[in-house]
Ligand binder design. Structure first.
Ligand code: ATP
Ligand code: MG
Length: 332
């Protein structure tokens, strides 16, 4: 059976990008014959400036949104990364497999390090080593597939490199995973800056649709989305018309259509924006409603996470123990 693993960092409120790029694929995966684990990867949220109380709140909220999005704890394992010590145990062995140069090449490291520096904050060492911990998240479960958005492709590539290298040096230990990306919605762009990815930790919230935004707020954000000069009508061209292309991509992702074909149905931006707003509101409506019910019973979410961590531990421990032995550490 295909083993699937993926996670989301509780660094902010979940966005439409997180849903279309990741969560929605997870829900689909849960319904295929697979053994899936999904994780709130809280340790990754410590790689940049953070507020402890907010982190706790967001961890709970993200987990609640996993359930609200349709993940069923009877069909998959839901847990919090820091509840399973195997992740950090394995991460150290992988740090001894990766090189400094390899990690400094990661695009996300460069972007987030530059941002921290610009804000006058130190760059946390964990920001550099974060992709190694992510590799440990995946390899500890012998995952075959990692459903992610486009921006995580490079980190999954690194995970593969580390797995292959470790296996070659110390004998076969890890399953070499592959990233699986959605055909539409793999890279939702910021509505105010359509050349940047929509990200939950971005400061300018006007360009970000949060999963729990009220319908009126979603509509306002979409109607105010930055578009392009508009000459030549509505055409789908990511390079020269990134704003409109993003709206068409979102519409296609919500309605199951093809962005180029959808463009043919519009002469002006106004009607396109109205349809996008409506499609997003409808897409997220059931999720918002389920979230309200679940948030009223935090004890149930905690129970799901506790059980999930137990199941996760039982899978990861033997894999990580094997890695400890293979690399030459004496069994306790
Ligand atoms: P941050 O800004 O803190 O990095 P993020 O929104 O990028 O937050 P992550 O926790 O880094 O979220 O990623 C969680 C999952 O969501 C990953 O699979 C990632 O590829 C996906 N994802 C994130 N942003 C987008 C986006 N704009 N479009 C599609 N998928 C996305
Ligand atoms: Mg990210």
């Amino acid at each position: 059976m295909t083993r699937i693993f993926s996670g989301i960092t509780p660094s902010g409120h979940l966005t439409l990008g997180n849903y279309l790029g990741a969560l929605r694929q997870w829900v689909a995966a849960e319904h295929s014959p697979s053994d899936a684990l999904f994780c709130v990867v809280d340790l990754h949220a410590l790689t940049v400036e953070h507020d402890p109380a907010r982190l706790r709140r967001l961890t709970r909220q993200n987990a609640t949104l996993f359930l609200a999005a349709g993940l069923d704890p009877r069909r998959c394992t839901l847990f919090v990364q820091s509840h399973v010590a195997e992740h950090t145990r394995l991460s150290y062995l992988l740090e001894c497999t990766a090189t400094d140069g390899e990690l400094r090449r990661m695009i996300q490291y460069r972007e987030k390090a530059a941002k921290a520096e610009a804000a006058g904050q130190g760059v946390r060492l964990s920001l550099l080593t974060y992709p190694v911990l992510m590799a440990a998240d995946i390899l500890a479960y012998a995952a075959d597939e990692v459903p992610v958005g486009e921006d995580q492709r490079q980190h999954v590539e690194l995970t593969r490199d580390l797995a292959v290298r470790f296996n070659q040096r110390y004998g076969h230990t890890f399953t070499v995973p592959k990233a699986t990306l959605p055909t539409v919605g793999a890279r939702v762009m910021d509505l105010q800056d359509p050349t940047s990815k929509m990200g939950k930790s971005s400061e300018n919230t006007a360009g970000i649709v949060y999963l729990l935004d009220e319908p009126a707020v979603i509509t306002k954000k979409v109607m105010r989305a930055v578009t392009d000069s508009g000459e030549g009508g509505v055409v789908y061209d990511r390079a020269t018309r990134p704003g409109v292309a993003n709206l068409l991509d979102v519409l296609a992702a919500c309605t199951g259509g093809d962005p180029e074909k959808l463009a043919e149905g519009y002469a002006q931006y106004g009607p396109l924006k109205r349809d996008v707003a409506e499609a997003v509101v409808e897409l997220l409506r059931p999720l918002r409603e389920r979230h309200a019910g679940l948030a009223a019973d935090p004890g149930e979410v905690e129970r799901v996470l506790r059980e999930g961590a137990e199941r996760a531990r039982a899978i990861a421990r033997p894999v990580v123990d094997r890695a400890y032995e293979a690399i030459g550490l004496l069994a306790p």
